[in-house]
Design a protein around this ligand. Structure first.
Ligand code: CDP
Length: 245
């Protein structure tokens, strides 16, 4: 992107959104036959699918914990997810980091003490990327875990807040993520409003960070509603809109 292109003009962002507006978000639960739980999230230009297995036997066996289940996560971005991805396959530094932060979010939510000696696997594949895929991955994984019937202390969602053109913004798109002043991916638990993930790229003052996190908390309730709606539709045979791929 050239330097002159403004990300915000007259309070509107390049895609026409207000500063505190989410990109369109659709969530569908139970989209995979072979996984114990699954979810598909179509969030702006992100298309992310999560599949959960478990609790199942922990492998390798020597990793098994006699007191709780291990939560494992593998995030991958498909070679066709974006132009930048350049058809590379296999784990890289970025995907290893994102897998780890997603795992940490769910380690603090899953009631793992109920399932000693087992593991719970969360797989997330990014089919299409447009900024904020780790947030989409967390939002999808939470629904997939709920769909698998895995007990959690609370529900959670991921989203990003940040700053562009000296203004605090919600749910950064790819241009804002790459060229804005700050990108702060977060995960928020619904009931307790705990921050289960807080990463930060770029700088924010303390006041700006507080303003951004408050904006994130308000938006997390809207995302939570859509997560609950996806699970409700899945289990009540209601007509589903589906998530268009
Ligand atoms: O995806 P997220 O924002 O959580 O993580 P990021 O590493 O800050 O990447 C920002 C965005 O850049 C991604 O969402 C993708 O749209 C894009 N990206 C990509 O297309 N290919 C990569 N290998 C890495 C990032």
């Amino acid at each position: 992107m050239s330097e002159e292109v403004k990300l915000i003009v007259d309070g509107k962002r390049r895609d026409g959104r207000a500063l505190d507006e989410l990109r369109p978000l659709k969530i569908e639960a139970g989209v995979l036959h072979e996984a114990d739980g699954s979810a598909l999230v179509h969030w702006g230009g992100n298309k992310v699918i999560a599949g959960v297995f478990g609790p199942r036997e922990c492998l390798p066996k020597h990793e098994a914990n006699p007191y709780k289940a291990l939560v494992k996560c593998r995030y991958t971005m498909s070679p066709f997810a974006s132009k930048e991805e350049h058809s590379r396959s296999g784990p890289n530094r970025r995907s290893i980091e994102i897998s780890k932060v997603i795992r940490q979010v769910f380690e603090s939510l899953v009631v793992s003490e109920l399932y000693p000696m087992t593991q719970i696997d969360i797989y997330v594949d990014v089919l299409q990327a447009e900024g904020g895929t780790r947030a989409s991955a967390i939002t999808a994984a939470a629904v997939a875990l709920a769909d698998a019937g895995i007990p959690m202390k609370d529900m959670a969602c991921g989203l990003a807040v940040g700053k562009a053109e000296d203004q605090i913004i919600l749910d950064l798109g790819k241009e804002e993520d790459n060229s804005g002043q700050s990108d702060v991916p977060i995960a928020i638990s619904h009931r307790d409003k705990k921050f289960l993930l807080l990463q930060m790229d770029g700088l924010l003052s303390r006041d700006e960070l507080e303003q951004a996190l408050d904006m994130g908390i308000v938006a997390s309730d809207k995302i939570h509603e859509l997560q609950v709606d996806a699970i409700t539709r899945r289990y009540s045979n209601l007509e589903s809109d589906g998530v268009e791929l």
